[in-house]
Ligand binder design. Structure first.
Ligand SMILES: [Zn+2]
Length: 398
């Protein structure tokens, strides 16, 4: 089945041909969201569509715009415990639209598969969250605690004015999150086979080693920073930072760029530069890694400056109510138990975990995310919505 041509701007109603799919409100909403060309940080109207859905259910929908980033905080209930469903409406650029089998912002179903930018990452999940909330509220209007939807439009970008700023705001207000279910596409081969219960930390550094420029024929009058840098990098690359743990692979140090030299073959350059990254387990944090690298620099007696950029500290959600609820929801819907993993890239869960919340990611199969012809099994969206509803019910039905 093929959707009608994309409307100008972002439609609030779904084109008639998609209405034919109204036996699945989740699929219908996912299609509506995909039609909004919301490339980071442009939300393109997605969040107002979500707010319009939730407001009649008794949610207090608040749009929080920081700089050029739209965020939506919609909460139902004033008491704890607070369960937050977390996602993002922004998508990565499409790449050449002509390389797609169908236009990237025109949701298209072929052989039971929904194609479109954001289908898997993560407009399908957001649609599943909203319809799960709708059914839950209808069945449990007097639920305990609070349920909230938190959505940003810069998860795929710098992640500065999105969830990070919203969490700061909620913290100032004393709105404490107990559980956070993230809709990132966590599944590997089939829906629910993997859920993420933590993430490795990521720390980048740019190191500049200064020497003394000179003629290669007179090395005693120069100091070669390439040789110094090479010795230091060899030591760091050989270091066993830790052995990993039950849920984490060993911490890894990787060099991504090395630059030095004047281009001439008879000049010892004045400085050399390396860019590197740590992916690290909860056995380390930013400060411990910085201290070890700086001590190695001192050990070699180097004149060295390092510019550090932390993408996120690692986190691990301990076994508790949320992991339990997610595990049994997956088993109830698909019949198998998910693997608990910390692999993959970073997500906005890294900004929520430090508040003390339990954070778990459960979403569709991630094989096609960020690719040409991004897609998701259409039937998976209903199953995912069912899983989300079971988690909410388990935690808040009362
Ligand atoms: Zn994502």
């Amino acid at each position: 089945m093929r959707a009608g041509p994309a409307d100008a701007g972002c439609p609030r109603t779904i084109a008639p041909i998609i209405a034919a799919m109204s036996e699945s409100p989740t699929l219908e909403l996912a299609c509506g969201l995909i039609r909004c060309a919301s490339v980071t940080p442009d939300d393109a109207g997605c969040q107002s569509m979500l707010a319009d859905r939730l407001a009649p259910l008794g949610f207090r929908a608040e749009s929080m715009r920081f700089e050029d980033v739209d965020n939506l905080w919609a909460r139902r209930g004033g008491d704890g415990p607070l369960l937050v469903l977390l996602g993002h409406t922004d998508v990565v650029p499409t790449g050449p639209p002509d390389d797609w089998s169908s236009p990237p912002f025109e949701p298209t179903i072929r052989d039971g598969i929904l194609y479109g930018r954001g289908a898997a990452d993560m407009k399908g999940s957001i649609a599943a969250m909203v319809t799960a909330i709708e059914r839950f509220v209808e069945r449990h209007p007097e639920h305990r605690g609070s349920v909230a939807l938190l959505v940003t439009s810069d998860e795929e970008g710098p992640s500065v004015n999105g969830i990070r700023r919203v969490i700061e705001t909620l913290g100032r207000r004393g709105e404490h999150i107990d559980w956070c279910l993230v809709g990132e596409p966590s599944s590997t081969d089939r829906l629910g086979d993997t859920v993420r219960i933590g993430r490795r930390g990521s720390l980048n550094g740019t190191m500049v080693v200064r020497g003394i420029q000179g003629h290669v024929a007179y090395p005693h009058l120069a100091r070669n920073p390439v040789h110094d840098l090479a010795r230091l990098l060899a030591k760091l690359a050989d270091t066993v930072w830790d052995e990993g743990g039950e849920h984490f692979p060993p911490t890894s140090f990787q060099v991504s760029n090395v630059t030095a030299g004047t281009g001439a073959d008879n000049v010892i350059p004045g400085q050399a530069e390396a860019v590197f990254n740590f992916r690290f387990s909860t056995r380390h944090d930013r400060d411990s890694l910085v201290a070890e690298v700086e001590s190695a620099c001192r050990g070699f007696g180097l004149d060295c400056d390092i510019d550090w950029r932390l993408s996120g500290e690692p986190f691990l959600t301990k076994p508790g109510r949320l992991i339990e609820a997610v595990g049994s929801a997956v088993v109830s819907v698909v019949g198998y138990r998910p693997e608990l993993s910390t692999a993959g890239g970073t997500s906005d869960g890294r900004f929520v975990a430090p508040t003390g919340a339990e954070v778990v990611e459960l979403g569709p199969v991630n094989a096609s995310i960020h690719s040409i012809d991004e897609h998701v099994l259409a039937a998976d969206l209903d199953r995912l919505s069912d899983m989300y509803e079971r988690v909410i019910t388990d935690l808040l039905a009362g």
